[in-house]
Design a protein around this ligand. Structure first.
Ligand SMILES: Cc1ncc(COP(=O)(O)O)c(C=O)c1O
Length: 348
């Protein structure tokens, strides 16, 4: 792999206490091109702008997928990744669905490990500090022909982050009009267009005071699926319930880790279709104890209220289960606890 180092580091100009999520990037980036039928020329170079032909197919047809993962530093300055092989497998599942050639595992891990060891000073120790890692692939072929491209870039960029939400209530709207994904579509993939399609409904919801939308199935709007960047869990009568993954829902890595942690602590967990009516009934009966979202960016995020058919349903202020699962997960991620599931991967 070709490596060129930045001549000077930007790190001293960054205020690590005032980081807006995903707006500050480290000194280096990983880049690899797909040409002549193969991935080639993996390279690490100073973080910089790209030059692309205006006809590059990603601008016209949105052939692009991405991942979101984090690196953590413990008090001994050791860097850890959390289940990175899951992100690697998922970016290739997403790529396959978008007719993008799969990226080789050896390039992915060599690029990632080298990048992290070069930019390791950007990862601050302590719970709440982490490095958000954004691998992505896009079609760079110069052509407006509406077909799969034959040239791509695979890149990794990194952003030091603190928490995703900086306090305040999280009130969500249950979707009744718009849909995020359809049967047979690309909902399960981290395809760029899935996110673009959510911006309009989400900004409309924000005007009404909702920070997120909980998407329902496109056919009937009766079943709860997931939020914009989180999977969703409901605790009813001491049982944790979440929708099963399918071709409309992202198979979240935090989601499956939370399921394992909850089962490990003896809680009963059900992965099954869950109707909006069921949570409204449980709310009415006083058995809806907690609702929370899970995702790499937010970790575990308690929801304060949900709204459906213009009625607002307030949720209990105390969220002991969400808090304890969050701490258990963070303790594993920051090497503060045993890792019974062997989820941590050290970076040299
Ligand atoms: C649509 C969607 N659902 C769920 C998640 C949570 O997935 P993960 O836990 O792997 O970050 C994300 C974020 O990656 C997402 O974008």
């Amino acid at each position: 792999m070709n490596i060129s180092k930045a001549q000077t580091s930007k790190i001293n100009s960054i205020d690590f206490d005032k980081l807006a999520f995903g707006k500050t990037f480290t000194d280096h980036m990983f880049i690899c091109r797909y040409q002549d039928g193969k991935w080639q020329d993996p390279e690490i170079k100073p973080y910089q702008s790209l030059t692309l032909d205006p006809s590059s197919s990603v601008f016209h047809y949105g052939q692009a997928v991405f991942e979101g993962m984090k690196a953590f530093k413990d008090d001994q300055d050791q860097i850890w990744l959390f289940r990175p092989e899951e992100n690697f497998k998922r970016i290739n599942r997403s790529a396959n669905r978008l007719q993008i050639p799969e990226f080789p595992e050896s390039y992915f891990f060599e690029g990632l490990n080298t990048l992290l060891s070069m930019d390791k000073d950007w990862i601050k120790p302590g719970k709440g500090n982490s490095l958000y890692i954004r691998p992505f692939v896009f079609a760079s072929q110069a052509s407006v022909q509406a077909s799969a491209a034959n040239e791509y870039f695979f890149m990794i960029i990194c952003a030091p982050v603190k928490s995703y939400y900086t306090g305040g209530e999280i009130n969500v709207l249950i979707a009744e009009e718009y849909s995020r994904a359809a049967n047979g579509g690309v909902g399960f993939a981290k395809a760029a267009g899935n996110y673009a399609a959510q911006f309009y409904p989400t900004s409309e919801a924000l005007k009404d005071g909702f920070q997120q939308i909980i998407w329902t199935d496109a056919n009937s709007h009766q079943y709860l699926e997931e939020a914009g960047t989180m999977n969703i869990f409901f605790k009813i009568n001491n049982t944790l319930i979440t929708s099963p993954t399918n071709d409309r829902i992202l198979d979240g890595i935090t989601r499956k880790s939370i399921i394992d942690l909850a089962k490990h602590s003896g809680l009963s967990v059900e992965e099954r279709p869950i109707k909006v009516q069921e949570i409204k009934d449980a709310h009415q009966a006083g058995t809806l104890e907690e609702v929370f979202g899970t995702g790499t960016a937010v970790v575990v995020l308690p929801i304060n209220s949900f709204s459906h058919q213009k009625q607002v349903y307030k949720l209990p202020k105390e969220t002991p289960l969400a808090n304890s699962l969050k701490e258990k997960l963070l303790d594993i991620q920051y090497n503060l606890a045993e890792d019974p599931f062997e989820w941590r991967r050290g970076i040299n």
